[in-house]
Design a protein around this ligand. Structure first.
Ligand SMILES: [Zn+2]
Ligand SMILES: [Zn+2]
Length: 272
């Protein structure tokens, strides 16, 4: 019987690949969303820019450098996680996977991650944790897709920690894990896009309103730190009364075409 690899062997085998994979995950999702926003701002959807303020170069540099640091943290934490898998402390799912089971696993992991995110996010807004964990993320007032990985080291560790906790409870099929990682980074980049990407009426729709929007998280950065803590869904905020009272109104305003008029430069004073 093969002896499972040591921590050092796992580090040697996977550290570069893991770093490259996660860096690529961030760069692809952020470039994709930033590219879509850049194109849309050249159309009538320019009026969907949520804040009038523009993110500046200092924001971008800080966020991209922080993203590299976040990927280093994720890579460092993935080594003991893989070690735990190889040594049987975390269970791997093996076996057939029907489309229904795939959807079930994916829904479960998204709901669990949303719950993890909401409550750890609220905890990070408490006085003892805010400065060390979360203040860095809030240096960004006007998010863009590049904000997605803008975390201090303790916050990045808290974000990653969901994975080993989940895997210690649920043996998850590999295709589900990779789909989850893709959905997570894409929704993260979309939540920080700075321009509302969801269709008009979304925030009032009986079913869709439970899914978060760009406005929802943008307001957490630009309007009120004390509201809109959720990630994929709005249900924890609605349930706990932490959704911003003006969220739906703001979403409607941002997605209403008439707002384009508002955004036009002020007319020059007419000379008599
Ligand atoms: Zn954010
Ligand atoms: Zn926050």
């Amino acid at each position: 019987m093969n002896t499972p690899p040591t921590l050092i062997q796992i580090t040697q085998q996977m550290v570069l690949g893991s770093f490259a994979f996660d860096m690529a995950r961030y760069l692809v999702a952020a470039s994709l969303v930033a590219g879509v926003v850049w194109l849309l701002r050249r159309t009538s959807w320019a009026s969907r820019k949520i804040q009038r303020r523009e993110a500046n170069r200092a924001d971008l540099v800080r966020e991209v450098l922080a993203a590299v640091r976040t990927v280093v943290v994720y890579t460092a934490m993935s080594v003991p996680t893989v070690w735990a898998f190889r040594h049987g402390y975390l269970a791997e799912y093996r076996g057939a996977l029907s489309p229904l089971a795939f959807a079930g696993y994916l829904t479960a992991i998204l709901l669990a991650h949303d719950t993890w995110f909401y409550w750890t996010h609220r905890a990070m807004h408490t006085k003892p944790l805010y400065r060390a964990f979360h203040r860095f993320h809030h240096l960004t007032i006007t998010p863009t897709a590049w904000t997605a990985y803008s975390f201090a080291i303790p916050e990045a560790a808290m974000m990653f920690l969901f994975m080993p906790v989940w895997f210690s409870l649920v043996a998850t099929p590999v295709p589900v894990i990779f789909t989850f990682l893709a959905v997570m980074i894409l929704r993260n980049a979309m939540g920080h896009a700075g321009l509302e990407l969801h269709p008009r009426g979304w925030a009032r729709h009986p079913l869709l309103r439970w899914i978060s929007t760009t406005t929802h998280h943008d307001m957490h950065h630009g309007t009120s730190y004390n509201h809109n803590y959720g990630f994929y869904f709005t249900w924890w905020d609605k349930l706990m009364g932490t959704e911003h009272p003006d969220y739906v109104k703001t979403f409607d305003r941002v997605t209403t075409a008439a707002r384009a008029v508002e955004n036009l430069p002020a007319p020059a004073a007419t000379s008599a």
